[in-house]
Design a protein around this ligand. Structure first.
Ligand code: TXT
Length: 409
């Protein structure tokens, strides 16, 4: 151990050193998990890493999801980005294309690569190299308040017609609104777009597809849900309003993902957690499908403590870490082996979302992938608040995409 200690180099800052000696120094980690519900579990996991490597100090920083992408880019520009970042699936190709991430192939960060789900690995690859390690994968389902649906004598809706008729009965029998449809985040529009047989783009043929007839039909479908009273929505503060309305029983259903479960179960309607039901998102007129989301852990290319950062990423994405996160937060593992662990097996939510994730609609993991959401958000919100027509919204979004994606059709 003495030998290892000297081999670590004098300044603790640089940490690890090149030898196989004990890891040391600081690893700064920007975590974007939800404060007050998810962050506690991830922070505790990071403390477990410090116990295993007493000479490493993990500086845990919780960064709001909406700010982390730009904050990381700005910090990487000035050379003081965190050693490790929780990189959302669409941010990863973006950061990699800017050379902000350390390639991980052949490093200790990547253990048993073939244990990861193919869909989860897809967003970590860029130009043939691996730039992150999958931490959680997710998709969306329809959350429902069993008591309210029972009172109205309806089942979870399998398609938009059933959604509308269920909402009508719920309104008649309970006075509550059927669905909360988040209007300030277009990710919550995607399952309706897929339901009409549409998509934002087709990366294979480098074609913008959001302004094809299927896209117009999808904008019409969501507009109708709001206009006929099936759904309520807001142009801003959508997350808070959706979660509050569902947690206190003002709405009977919401479309959401596993990351919302921990917070949902703190709601007065779900003190008995069996009152929460989850079903596949309703089908549209042509298809049924939900988007793939999730988060990876990536190492900053300019990190001064690569060895400890690699080891930290490996630890935080290990089968045991993923089993803990599945058990405590009902989040979906990205390792096949984690689904066999008892914490995952005992999570009803994980069991429910697993087939949904396996059939989730793949997204294009291109650097511009994340940038498709801002122009879509502007038009989607305007459709839901009656400020534009479905036809105009589809066209405006398509035009914005063709400016963003040079020489795409
Ligand atoms: C607009 C944004 O569009 C896209 O984001 C998509 C995203 O790609 C989709 O996958 C989807 O993400 C799922 C997610 O997969 C799902 O897991 C969950 O995440 C949970 C966590 O689970 C939970 O732990 C906690 O963290 O909380 C998370 C959030 O709840 O839910 C997410 C959906 O919310 O939807 C995102 C869109 O929301 C871009 O990527 C940018 O983010 C962009 N924002 C930038 C825009 C810049 C200016 O243009 C501005 O200057 C910049 O500062 C802004 O950053």
């Amino acid at each position: 151990l003495a030998l290892a200690a000297t081999a670590c180099g004098s300044d603790g800052e640089s940490g690890g050193g090149k030898s196989s000696g004990e890891l040391s120094g600081t690893v700064t980690w920007w975590d974007t998990s939800s404060p007050g519900s998810e962050d506690k579990v991830f922070k505790k996991l990071a403390e477990g890493f410090e116990k295993k490597h007493p000479k490493v100090d993990v500086k845990y920083v919780n960064v709001p999801f909406g700010e982390a992408q730009n904050n990381f880019k700005n910090a990487a520009e000035t050379g003081d980005a965190p050693d490790v970042i929780r990189s959302e699936v669409a941010w990863t190709p973006d950061f990699a294309s800017l050379s902000y991430l350390a390639p991980l192939d052949g490093t200790p960060a990547l253990k048993n690569q073939d244990d990861f789900l193919d869909q989860a690995v897809a967003s970590t690859k860029y130009e043939g190299k691996t730039y992150a390690v999958p931490q959680v994968i997710d998709s969306m389902g329809i959350f429902y308040n069993k008591k309210l649906l029972e009172k109205a004598g309806v089942e979870a809706p399998a398609n938009l017609d059933e959604l509308k008729s269920a909402a009508k009965k719920i309104k008649e029998k309970t006075g509550k609104t059927g669905l909360y449809l988040r209007g300030d985040d277009p990710y919550f529009f995607l399952s309706f777009l897929y339901g009409e047989g549409g998509d934002l783009v087709d990366a294979g043929s480098r074609t913008v597809t959001v302004d094809k007839p299927e896209g117009v039909k999808a904008f019409k479908a969501v507009k109708e849900l709001v206009d006929d009273g099936t759904a309520k929505t807001d142009a801003s503060d959508g997350w808070e309003n959706m979660m509050q309305s569902f947690k206190n029983g003002d709405v009977a259903m919401m479309i959401n993902g596993p990351w919302a479960v921990a917070d949902t179960l703190t709601g007065e309607e779900f003190t008995d957690k069996d009152n929460l039901g989850i079903a596949p998102v309703p089908a549209g007129s042509a298809a049924q499908g939900a988007p793939q989301g999730g988060h990876n852990l990536a190492v900053y290319a300019g990190s001064k403590n690569l060895d400890a950062s690699y080891a930290f990423v490996e630890y935080m994405t290990s089968v045991d870490a993923q089993a803990t996160v599945a058990g405590e937060l009902n989040l979906l593992p990205t390792r096949h082996s984690a689904y066999a662990k008892k914490q995952a097996v005992n999570s009803e939510i994980v069991g429910f979302f697993k087939p949904i994730v396996e059939t989730a609609v793949e997204r294009p993991w291109i650097p511009e992938g994340g940038s498709l959401f801002e122009p879509l958000r502007v038009e989607y919100t305007k459709v839901l608040t009656g400020q534009t027509t479905p036809e105009k919204a589809a066209k405006a979004t398509g035009d914005a995409y063709r400016k963003l994606l040079k020489d795409w059709k």
